[in-house]
Design a protein around this ligand. Structure first.
Ligand code: CIR
Length: 253
């Protein structure tokens, strides 16, 4: 169960952030509405929301997930792999100090984005991507193993971040898309397979009694309901335009 989430309001500079998509320029007014809906949905999931003010210096800073890896006992401040985003950790660290006594760090030359880290009970999966390098992945693996967790490194082939294509929704159930569907590492999970056309919905989040998914994916909704989950759907178009998904917008712990 999660008790807390951290979110950060997107600034106007959001529209100048990083993206690989060709979905067009985000509409700021629409973006704020979608962000507000996201925060309201989290409150419905019975978590305390820490709402950070916008920071125009960092266009992508609403994607707070990339700045930290959080467990119940300790935090790891990451070292984000994109130059324009690296300074986002400076404002996040004091926020984390309000919740944690034990804080680790990923240090250069290691780089690591929180979007590349998936926790499934006592096991972590660490993606190596354009943002997370081998050194950063090894640093996190040794921190996690030292704390009694299992950790596996997963070199990515196509996905942007690890969690772009995979989500753990509890009770041994894994939502998987693309290159992860047949990966031996995930063979022991009960799989909810997301086809290519619905791939964006593989980035969903379990928050206590609900799974939150992007709206517009009725087949994904049905599969999750059939697996016994209550589902909340949220419009995510303005975040998708900047390569962002549901997990990216919060730190949950
Ligand atoms: C970026 O390129 O860093 C942002 N535009 C999107 C970050 C998405 N974060 C995530 O998947 N955890």
């Amino acid at each position: 169960m999660f008790s807390n989430v951290i979110v950060k309001k997107p600034g106007k500079s959001y529209v100048e952030g990083l993206t690989t998509s060709n979905l067009g320029t985000p509409n700021y007014e629409e973006l704020l509405i979608q962000h507000e809906n996201y925060v309201e949905a989290l409150k419905r999931c019975n978590v305390e929301v820490t709402y950070l003010e916008k920071d125009e210096v960092y266009p992508d800073s609403t994607f707070v997930e990339d700045t930290a890896v959080l467990t119940k006992d300790f935090a790891v401040v990451t070292n984000p792999g994109a130059q324009s985003r690296n300074g986002e950790i400076i404002a996040m660290e004091p926020v984390l100090k309000g919740f944690y006594d034990k804080i680790y760090h990923i240090d250069a030359p290691g780089t690591l984005d929180g979007g590349d880290i998936l926790q499934a009970d006592d096991t972590f999966y660490i993606g190596i991507s354009a943002r997370t390098n081998e050194e950063g992945a090894e640093q996190l693996k040794s921190i996690l193993e030292g704390e009694g967790y299992r950790a596996h490194i997963v070199p990515l082939k196509e996905f942007f971040h690890l969690k772009t294509g995979i989500a753990y929704i509890g009770n041994n159930k894994m939502v998987l898309a693309g290159e992860f569907i047949d990966d031996e590492l995930f063979a022991s999970y009960d799989k909810i397979v997301i086809p290519k056309d619905d791939e964006y919905s593989a980035n969903c989040i379990l928050v206590n009694d609900y799974v939150i998914i992007p709206s517009g994916y009725p087949a994904t909704k049905e599969k999750l309901q059939a697996a016994g989950h209550q589902v909340i759907e949220l419009p995510m178009s303005e975040f998708q335009k900047q390569d962002g998904g549901l997990s990216c917008l919060s730190l949950r712990f």
